[in-house]
Design a protein around this ligand. Structure first.
Ligand SMILES: Cc1cc2nc3c(=O)[nH]c(=O)nc-3n(C[C@H](O)[C@H](O)[C@H](O)COP(=O)(O)OP(=O)(O)OC[C@H]3O[C@@H](n4cnc5c(N)ncnc54)[C@H](O)[C@@H]3O)c2cc1C
Length: 348
């Protein structure tokens, strides 16, 4: 969870996420099925490292935007970084940006499980199946019903496409062929070291594109995009296409944190970003032609923290016909149709 974004709406969405997590215990009744979820933020912050005056200029511009919106981001000089995080190699750095307020990690999976369980307790039905087709209402631009893999048909009032990396396939069932969302491979490794750091490691974004952070109390997480070209992959392909640990991550982390030269991998996985190739931002709200079809897709790697604001936004559209808590209209699908990208530069 971070407020260090380059788009104003993403800063506000992240602030809402922090508010949501912090107020969780007070605002929601205890889960009837006792799903364990501790609503806290581990505020170790995000630390963007810059190795050039050009990128420092970008960080400064972003920091001004974030600070205007109330975020606690600061620009650090190389000496500041060295003083605050003495275990980091800083000789090649120009500056960094850091925010320690409401920025760090939270248990997104626990939160989702808690919400799902509570919704079920309140009568919401979850159907384990796959939408494979849809029928339109004759003579209108409205979806009439969806068809499931097992053959059943369900009549819909409003259909929300929140299908993550499969969002483009679901859109096609109602004739929308231009949703610019695809699956992109991302590598994650958990590792331990001989001697742990004496303080939390912020989520540190190295200029090489590798990121690393504290994971548990004594282990760490590092991740990166593909070593080769970052292209669309099959939504079911979670294979390691290359040895990103040896080819990319280990050289970078052992240089940046010399203590990490002894790193031993304890777990690893391949995940997929639900990547919006148009402008790397979520698409939230109704389709302009198919009148009862809404999008909540394209989160491009920042969807866990955007879930609370965007999910609420969609609920408000359904119940009240307009956004109430946070105006998310800049994230509408219209911008894609009208070729008005709202580009988010700060994608990790
Ligand atoms: C390595 C990695 C690191 C990340 N780090 C962060 C981070 O630090 N912070 C952050 O905010 N975000 C992060 N993200 C992004 C975040 O995980 C995603 O943006 C988020 O999970 C998207 O949530 P979603 O509900 O939109 O989609 P998903 O979680 O993908 O859920 C989509 C659901 O739709 C279902 N579905 C798909 N097709 C159909 C169909 N035809 N019929 C019925 N159901 C269907 C799927 O089964 C699934 O349950 C990361 C992602 C990755 C891969």
């Amino acid at each position: 969870m971070r407020q260090q974004f380059a788009t104003a709406i993403n800063v506000q969405i992240a602030q809402y996420a922090a508010h949501f997590v912090k107020r969780f215990g007070a605002e929601f009744p205890p889960d009837p099925r006792n799903v364990p979820f501790t609503p806290t933020i581990r505020n170790f912050g995000y630390l963007y490292l810059s190795d050039s005056s050009e990128f420092t200029g970008v960080l400064k511009k972003d920091q001004e935007l974030q600070a205007r919106l109330g975020a606690g981001t600061h620009i650090l000089s190389r000496a500041d970084v060295q003083e605050k995080y003495p275990f980091l190699y800083t000789d090649d750095l120009d500056s960094a940006s850091l925010n320690l307020v409401d920025e760090g990690a939270f248990n997104a999976w626990g939160m989702v499980q808690w919400l799902r369980s509570t919704a079920q307790g309140n009568g919401v039905e979850y159907i384990a199946n796959e939408v494979v087709g849809a029928e339109m209402e004759e003579g209108t631009n409205k979806v009439h019903s969806i068809k499931l893999r097992t053959g059943q048909q369900i009549t819909v009032g409003i259909l929300v496409n929140a299908a993550g990396t499969r969002a483009a396939a679901v859109s096609k069932t109602v004739g929308i062929r231009d949703l610019p969302v695809e699956a992109r491979r991302r590598y994650t490794y958990i590792f331990s070291v001989d001697q742990s750091l004496t303080q939390d490691l912020p989520l540190t974004i190295d200029p090489s594109g590798v990121h690393l952070r504290s994971y548990g109390t004594k282990d760490y997480l590092a991740g990166c995009p593909p070593v080769g070209p970052d292209t669309a992959v099959d939504v079911g392909d979670f294979s390691f296409a290359e040895n990103a640990w040896e080819q990319k991550i280990l050289p970078v982390i052992s240089r940046r944190v010399p203590q990490f030269a002894s790193a031993r991998v304890t777990d690893s996985w391949v995940g997929h970003y639900d990547f919006n190739t148009f402008d790397h931002n979520a698409i939230v709200g109704p389709h302009s032609r198919v009148s009862n079809f809404m999008f909540c897709v394209g989160f491009s790697g920042h969807g866990s923290q955007q879930g609370p604001a965007c999910g609420r936004g969609i609920a408000e559209l359904i119940v009240y016909g307009r956004f109430q808590t946070l105006d998310l209209s800049v994230l509408s699908f219209e911008r894609v149709i009208e070729n008005r990208p709202l580009t988010e530069r700060a994608v990790i």
